[in-house]
Design a protein around this ligand. Structure first.
Ligand code: GAP
Length: 586
């Protein structure tokens, strides 16, 4: 499909209420979009389908955390320090651009994000790259790191800075000490969240693909790195297209057509949990309407990985010949929980019970407080804490006559005899371990865009050009349109009754009595409504209606009384339109 598809889709999205730029009455601002009635319904259906598969289907918990969090959370997570993009500001017009995008759009470099800033500056100079806005040369312009966090103040004044979360994940990590209790301290367990995330993108672009406020659906799976394992037999036969880092770096590198089972066996996918999630996501993406021929998994190159990830694969969909990241599957190790444990007062561990209790040697202290009290006053307890930590860390520190303790940057010598240092044998039932995190992180907006793009079709019906969206019934915003053939009290009340009966069955129905029937079909085709029901004069006599299928435009005469059941079966996939008994209708 050409770039024209994106343009037509954006136009259709605005006209038919899928999505459009927000606050346009005030000129709008880049990177913010409103999902209209159709778009909100499609997005909601995609989210429900995700919840069914990744939360309920996998037996995980779902939470709903605030989008604003206090500063210490993001000091701990590392986002304030290193969640940056490369900013280059045009010396002529002052427009800001992502330097890596300027390079990727105008050279053969595909992954400039993973390059260090000096190298990107060199490439800009070497290729004499120019400002995409005004055409002025960018060579020699310094590139800066720009932090993507949106800052705010919590309460009046600026005493308590807060930030809009850049990923829903942090809302899960900070609650780990409580969540592990709900999971009865048993690994593995997963927690999901569907919600907004915010990034102050330097140059939001391509409509809802890169925005400043977007929705993520994330699953944080907490695993024991030594004992937790997925059941790979569930996904081993799933076919996938993989683009591993090694293939990306090879001159003749290619996308591998393989199965999850083979990719694990030959080491292409090193981590079994990532393999598991790539397998279930492959099938799920197809179920919501992502075209498998325009979909692949690409492994991150080492320099491209986020600060927390030890391995990462992206799900990518093809849009207008470009590959767009629509999800990331990262192994975050113990990075997040360890950081939050270091920065907070809480324990971000679970207790791993040994098969048999173990006898171990432990270095302990039992300090003489009649010595420490007068010597350190109010700091005496802090000295005890330091001595305990030192004994656990390095028992040789107690080999000499005195031991050194650091307190507020000052070193103090304490006679070992006053520390009560001893090595004792203890019996332990288990140990506290920091779980590792495996994270499938889905971008909902990019998925909605992909689903629309991959569903976009043009054909000719009765000599007229037609545009329609071949959306999967499970996600289509409206499942059935109900029309009275003409403006007539009898037909209208019958059609309204049918619409009510279908709504009572839980189906999403649009009732439309405006314009001729052909125009009503075109309207529903354009928003992707799979079926339309037309009530005509014969309906009042024979109790039948015309049901039209969107993709083939084929029509069948079906009994009104069976409609709720028949259409429900069509929506769930238990029935297929071509197999339905019923006279054909013109
Ligand atoms: N917790 C991990 C995480 O946030 P990410 O790769 O930065 O990982 C996950 O984001 C997904 O969120 C991406 O694959 C993408 O689909 C979506 N996403 C990220 N930034 C986005 C943006 N500015 N606009 C729309 N979607 C975005």
């Amino acid at each position: 499909m050409s770039n024209a598809t994106s343009q037509k889709l954006t136009e259709l999205a605005k006209r038919r209420g899928y999505f459009f730029q927000s606050s346009s009455a005030y000129g709008g601002v880049g990177g913010f979009y409103t999902f209209g009635p159709q778009g909100a319904a499609l997005k909601g259906n995609v989210e429900d389908a995700w919840r069914d598969r990744f939360a309920i289907g996998e037996g995980h918990m779902e939470i709903d955390a605030p989008t604003i969090m206090p500063e210490p959370v993001f000091e701990a997570s590392g986002h304030l320090e290193i969640f940056d993009d490369m900013l280059v500001e045009c010396p002529e017009c002052g427009e800001s651009h992502r330097a890596d995008h300027v390079v990727e759009d105008n050279t053969e470099y595909e992954d400039a994000e993973s390059l260090p800033i000096p190298e990107v500056e060199e490439i800009i100079a070497e290729y004499e790259l120019v400002c995409p806005n005004c055409g002025a040369g960018l060579a020699g312009t310094a590139i800066e790191d720009f932090n993507l966090m949106f800052a705010t103040n919590i309460g009046p004044g600026d005493a308590q800075p807060g930030y809009l979360r850049p990923e829903t994940a942090q809302g899960i990590f900070v609650e780990f000490p409580r969540l592990k209790e709900y999971a009865r301290n048993t690994l593995p367990f997963g927690v999901t969240q569907i919600g907004r995330a915010y990034r102050n993108e330097i140059s939001p672009r391509r409509s809802i693909i890169r925005t400043r406020e977007f929705t993520q659906a994330e699953l944080e799976l907490f695993v024991d790195p030594e004992t937790s394992e997925p059941d790979l037999t569930l996904v081993e036969d799933v076919s996938v297209r993989l683009y591993p880092a090694a293939e990306q770096q090879a001159d003749d590198g290619e996308v591998l057509e393989t199965t999850i089972g083979e990719a694990v066996a030959d080491g292409t996918i090193a981590d079994p949990w990532i393999a598991y999630f790539l397998g279930i996501a492959q099938e799920w993406y197809a179920s919501v309407g992502v075209d498998a021929d325009r979909f692949r998994y690409r492994q991150h190159l080492a320099g491209e990985r986020s600060h927390y990830a030890s391995d990462c694969w992206d799900a990518e969909s093809e849009i207008d010949g470009n590959w767009i990241e629509i999800a990331g599957f990262a192994h975050r190790g113990d990075y997040d929980l360890s950081k939050h444990q270091q920065h907070s007062e809480e324990r971000f561990t679970v207790f791993r019970q040994y098969d048999e209790p173990k006898t171990v040697e432990r270095a302990v202290v039992d300090p003489d407080m009649s010595y420490l009290g007068p010597e350190f006053g109010g700091d005496a307890q802090a000295v005890v804490d330091e001595l305990e930590a030192l004994a656990a860390r390095d028992r040789t520190a107690f080999d000499d006559e005195s031991v050194e303790v650091e307190l507020d940057g000052e070193t103090h010598e304490i006679p070992v005899g006053k520390t009560g240092f001893a090595v004792e044998e203890q019996t332990e039932a288990g140990e506290h371990v920091v779980p590792h995190v495996v994270e499938p992180s889905f971008g909902v907006d990019r998925l909605v865009y992909t689903v629309l793009h991959h569903a976009y079709r043009e054909d000719e019906v009765d000599g007229e050009e037609r545009t329609y969206l071949e959306l999967e019934p499970e996600v289509a915003p409206t499942f059935v349109g109900v029309f009275p053939l003409q403006s007539d009290d009898g037909l209208e009340s019958e059609a309204e009754e049918i619409a009510a009966a279908l709504r009572a069955e839980g189906l999403s129905v649009t009732y439309d009595d405006s314009g001729n029937i052909g125009r009503r079909y075109r309207r529903q085709d354009e928003v992707g409504t799979p079926f339309c029901v037309t009530v005509d004069y014969e309906s009042l006599e024979d109790g039948g209606v015309t049901v039209r299928e969107r993709d083939t435009t084929e029509q069948k005469r079906l009994p009104i009384e069976d409609l709720p059941e028949t259409l429900s079966a069509l929506r769930s996939g238990e029935a297929a339109f071509e197999d339905l008994e019923g006279g054909t209708s013109e």
